[in-house]
Design a protein around this ligand. Structure first.
Ligand SMILES: *[C@@H]1O[C@H](CO)[C@@H](O)[C@H](O)[C@H]1NC(C)=O
Length: 422
């Protein structure tokens, strides 16, 4: 699982958070956070009521259709290369129309008062997301807060909720689990992307494209109770996004990957350090860091590769055989590969000889020797050639058939190759 998702588990529970670039005191935020609304979560979900509901502190209306939106920005790239980033949480009316900027008196343009020392661009992003969307949430109205709540407490609750939802929506991993990883050349159908995401989410999200490039996703919910601590009920997107039905590209992001490996040790003196990346268009990148005492989770990009491994083919989230000693794809007993170098510069060989790519075809033992790389994705270590983790063949092997392995995703059957230490 992605670190950006996994490690954030601590945030919701602890309510201790600080900006990554310039920390504010965790006590300060803790004091401002409202963690309990006092609302029941067993009542009618927003947008599903059949008669008028009067207590809008515990029933989100009129903005009862909630969208958790995420970006995949590649030009320029923002955030890690292997995680989508938060755009926001938007309260649409049940019919898809929406209000924005609902309470100018709570625009909180001096959000640095509440989140100290936030970098300028990031601060304006937070202000924008809060004042445009957060102020339209009935359950975050000032009158709904416990008496004596400090100014801005509902904005803190809003961001805590956005982060909590985001950590349950690992878009990158859900796609990777289906063998769909970023590539400059592979194209996808809307149906294949949607099927992969539905498998993870349980419902159909909406995908937006810039031309043919996917760049945003919206996960839809109804809400039982308050945005502060209510139950988000996932639903199918009421309408499709802007992506075409075929020819969709999921382009590679440059940037530092979020680590997918972590080691945890428990002590009484150190802190958990985690990262979350948030952005809005090209206007900014925000990172959060949570700290708690007692547990240290150190995440680091895997820098070691196994010296002996088998290479499994993963197609649509399932293993289908792997590579034989000549570098072909088969469901017969897999060959042992010898690996040397690093994740960024990797050499492979088998009992037949060195492995390389010639004319777009991967093979071992015919004199070629190419440099590969290894990419952590969805908990797997994937083989990549020229930064592309897609490989493809004419057909899917079974029994004793073998197929040539082409680099890139241009052939009929596309898959990734997972390096498994032996
Ligand atoms: C649901 O409740 C809201 C808030 O009271 C109200 O505006 C809306 O008309 C209700 N919907 C129905 C179908 O009664």
């Amino acid at each position: 699982m992605l670190a950006a998702v996994t490690v954030l588990a601590g945030l919701a529970g602890s309510s201790l958070a600080s900006p990554f670039f310039s920390p504010w005191s965790s006590e300060e935020l803790f004091n401002r956070a409202v963690t309990s609304s006092g609302c029941s979560t067993s009542g009618t979900a927003s947008c599903t009521n059949t008669s008028s509901v009067s207590d809008l502190c515990c029933f989100q209306a009129p903005g009862g259709l909630l969208l958790q939106t995420q970006f995949w920005d590649t030009s320029p790239s923002t955030g890690p290369s292997n995680s989508w980033t938060i755009h926001g949480l938007w309260p649409d009316h049940c019919d898809g129309t929406f209000d924005s900027t609902c309470d100018a008196s709570r625009a909180y343009t001096g959000l640095s008062t509440y989140w100290k020392d936030i970098d300028g661009d990031d601060e304006s992003f937070w202000e924008h997301e809060w004042s445009k969307h957060g102020t339209c949430m009935s359950t975050l109205d000032v009158k709904c807060l416990p008496s004596g709540s400090p100014k801005g407490a509902e904005a803190v609750a809003f961001f805590n909720t956005v982060v909590k939802l985001f950590k349950t929506l690992p878009t990158y991993q859900w796609l990777a689990d289906a063998g769909i990883t970023p590539s400059s050349s592979t194209t996808h159908t809307l149906a294949s992307l949607t099927a992969a995401l539905k498998k993870g989410y349980g419902f159909t999200p909406a995908l937006d494209c810039d031309g043919s490039n996917v760049n945003q996703i919206s996960y839809y919910y109804h809400l039982k109770g308050s945005v502060i601590d209510g139950t988000f009920v996932p639903i199918d997107a009421p309408e499709a996004g802007s992506c075409p039905s075929t020819g969709i590209k999921y382009l590679t992001k440059t940037g530092t990957p979020v680590s997918t490996t972590s080691t945890t040790k428990t002590t009484s003196t150190t802190k958990t350090t985690v990262g979350l990346f948030v952005n809005c268009g090209t206007t900014g990148l925000m990172s959060l860091q949570t700290s708690t005492t007692k547990t240290t989770t150190t995440t680091s990009a895997p820098t070691t590769i196994p010296t002996k491994a088998t290479i499994q083919a993963i197609q649509n989230g399932n293993q289908v055989g792997g590579l034989l000693s000549l570098g072909t794809w088969s469901t017969q007993t897999l060959a042992t590969y010898t690996l040397s170098g690093s994740t960024s510069s990797l050499k492979l060989s088998t009992s037949k000889g060195t492995c390389g790519v010639s004319g777009g075809v991967f093979s071992c033992g015919d004199g070629d020797s190419s440099t590969f790389s290894a990419v952590s994705s969805g908990g797997l270590l994937l083989l990549a050639y020229q930064d592309d983790t897609s490989f493809s063949s004419d057909n899917v092997p079974s029994g004793s058939t073998v197929y040539a392995v082409n680099t890139g995703g241009d052939d009929d059957e596309v898959y990734t190759l997972s390096i498994i230490s032996t």
